[in-house]
Design a protein around this ligand. Structure first.
Ligand code: ADP
Length: 593
């Protein structure tokens, strides 16, 4: 119990109050009794002295009656147990009930005698060497015919008063001791009662502090402690709510963080990676055991750690472009660094966000390439047109042979430009999301489209003495698409087959169906495509084997196949190519039914 500070304080306060109040009261009472006894004793002594003075009157200082006085005072002394002394004005002792007068010295300078000479009476307390006790003296002046003739002094031992004083003091001391024991006992009981609910509260509060937020304190003392317990319970409920809110918020944030498209890392002030989200871990192959030891440099560039250092120093955000090869693929990231500053204005950590802008970068590169290619493709025929028209104007017009030759070239180049511009316009249309959303989806019978294509291209086929064979099923081949764009798709593939197949070559157009798809194959036995060109033939402006002499003098734009793939994918299909140089090429695509 004494381990508890509150108990100790309670018991000691209790004791202190008891001891102090009892001691003060005891001392006061003791002093009061002593003073009262002393006062009574003094009064008695004075009365006795007065009585002696009155009863002996003239005999007192009459030398003839000395024996009589001596006898009288001895009688009174025996009866009252008082010492009686008769002193003359010079201080000489004339008679004394306890001592021989001759043995006594002059009493003039005794305190009580001096007081009695000047006042109504005098008193004093002195230790008596004769009886080895304290004595109380009272002296009364004696007047005869208004003249001071001597002093009657009575004296009594103080032993009875002092004895009763000691007795009372011991009694009070014993009472004090008993009271102290009782006070300690009741202090213990009181403290135990007061401490018990506090102990329970401490125990419960410690469990709450250790994380047991379902615990509540049940104290019904009907006092401030009960209010305190209820307040702690309310506090715990609030805390529980706040923690679950914070938990939900943290879960939400970590879910966002883990599933976001950007790589996010936290670095310590040394530049080591402390935390990384799923995307960052996947991108840079960060394993959890490496995480805290690994510097951001390990990702592949000191630029990152240098930027982190700068952010740490300047305490401001910074963005950098960061290029890296991941799995043989070039990646470009826009990396954003931000310091995490705590309340005492020091950086505790650095946030880095890796935003993959490779696709954007690629798009921008492609766009630049596209503009360059398109300009180049348009500039080539335009240069011819300009050159030949200038030659014509500067005199060649007069030569009919040259004139026809040049105008034919100008016409061919104009047609080429026209085709190129039409292709570009088609591509631009398909590039526009708005246009794509407006495309009308309808049931298209591929059989009919194939027949129409054959009809349209028959003249070109005949011109090269080629044959175009159609292998079509009996039943209609319906897909959900757009007739015009499907027509464009098949025209491009068939025109290419005609273009890149020598005279008398064979071209076949085959349609087959399975449960959910429709397959179309455009096959020729023409020039074929080199294996190194195959991966790129669907790219815009890509032309395989540029040095190869085109079989068709009009030449191509390199856009046709990119349009083909665009259309196939627009309607949910895919296209594949198989080719062998000097053997032939076959393009196969499927569309969902
Ligand atoms: P182009 O307008 O040059 O024909 P395309 O995009 O239609 O452009 O074709 C890209 C390249 O693919 C062509 O330049 C050609 O080299 C090659 N190619 C396309 N179809 C065939 C084919 N049937 N046979 C051989 N080569 C082909």
């Amino acid at each position: 119990m004494l381990k508890s500070k509150i108990s100790r304080r309670l018991i000691f306060s209790f004791l202190l109050i008891t001891i102090t109040s009892l001691s003060l009261l005891g001392m006061y009472l003791l002093q009061f009794f002593y003073n009262e006894n002393l006062k009574t004793k003094t009064e008695n002594l004075i009365i006795n002295a007065r009585t002696i003075e009155v009863s002996l009157e003239d005999a007192l200082y009459n030398p003839a009656k000395q024996d009589y006085v001596n006898n009288e005072i001895h009688k009174i002394s025996d009866a009252t147990n008082l010492r009686i002394t008769i002193i003359n004005v010079n201080g000489q002792v004339i008679a004394d009930s306890w001592e021989q007068t001759e043995e006594l010295d002059n009493h003039l300078l005794r305190q009580e005698v001096q007081d009695a000479l000047h006042k109504k009476y005098g008193t004093s307390i002195r230790y008596s060497d004769t009886i080895k006790e304290n004595m109380l003296y009272a002296a009364m002046p004696v007047y005869q015919n208004d003249e001071l003739v001597g002093i009657v002094r009575t004296a009594s031992t103080l032993y009875p008063i002092e004895n009763s004083y000691k007795h009372i003091r011991n009694t009070i001391f014993t009472a004090l001791c008993i009271t102290i024991i009782l006070a300690v006992l009741s202090g213990f009981i009181l403290a135990y009662r007061q401490i018990k609910p506090i102990r329970q509260m401490i125990e419960d509060a410690q469990k709450i502090a250790d994380g047991d937020l379902d615990r509540r304190i049940y104290i019904y003392t009907n006092d401030e402690l009960e209010v305190l317990a209820q307040t702690i319970n309310k506090l715990t409920t609030n805390l529980e709510e706040k923690i679950s809110e914070a938990d939900a918020e943290t879960r939400k944030l970590s879910l966002i963080l883990e599933n976001m498209d950007n790589g996010v890392m936290l670095l310590d002030t040394q530049g080591n990676i402390t935390t990384a989200n799923q995307r960052a871990r996947d991108l840079f192959r960060l394993t959890p055991d490496l995480m805290k030891k690994q510097s951001i440099n390990a990702i592949g560039s000191t630029l990152l750690s240098e930027t982190a250092k700068e952010v740490l120093k300047t305490m401001s955000t910074k963005s950098i472009a960061f290029k890296i090869n991941i799995n043989h693929t070039k990646k470009t990231f826009d990396v954003f660094f931000a310091p995490i500053i705590n309340s005492d204005n020091t950086v505790i950590s650095i946030l880095s966000v890796f935003h993959d802008i490779s696709v954007l970068q690629e798009m921008s590169t492609r766009q630049t390439e596209f503009v360059a290619n398109a300009s180049h493709e348009l500039a080539t025929p335009l240069t011819s047109i300009c050159g030949f028209s200038e030659t014509l104007l500067s005199g060649a017009l007069k030569d009919p042979v040259l004139c026809e030759k040049f105008i034919t070239i100008i016409h061919t180049e104009s047609e080429r430009m026209d085709r190129l511009i039409k292709d570009l316009l088609q591509l631009a249309k398909l590039d526009s999301k708005e246009y794509r959303q407006q495309i009308k989806i309808e049931s298209v019978d591929l059989k009919e489209v194939c027949l129409a294509v054959k009809l349209k291209l028959q003249a070109q086929i005949d011109k090269k003495a080629q044959s175009l064979q159609l292998n079509l099923p009996v039943e209609p081949v319906i897909v959900q698409a757009n007739t015009d764009w499907i027509m464009q798709l098949l025209m491009n593939l068939t025109e290419n087959a005609i273009k890149y197949t020598p005279e008398q070559g064979q071209i076949t157009l085959t349609c087959t169906l399975d449960q959910n798809k429709v397959f179309v194959k455009v096959k020729d036995n023409g020039l074929g495509i080199a294996p190194e060109d195959l991966p790129f033939i669907f790219e815009r402006f890509y032309r395989a084997d540029k040095s190869r002499i085109r079989l068709d003098s009009s030449g191509g734009s390199g856009i046709g196949l990119s349009l083909v793939r665009f259309i196939v994918e627009l309607f949910g299909g895919q296209i594949f190519v198989e080719s062998q140089l000097k053997v032939g090429t076959s393009f196969t695509f499927y569309l969902p039914k």
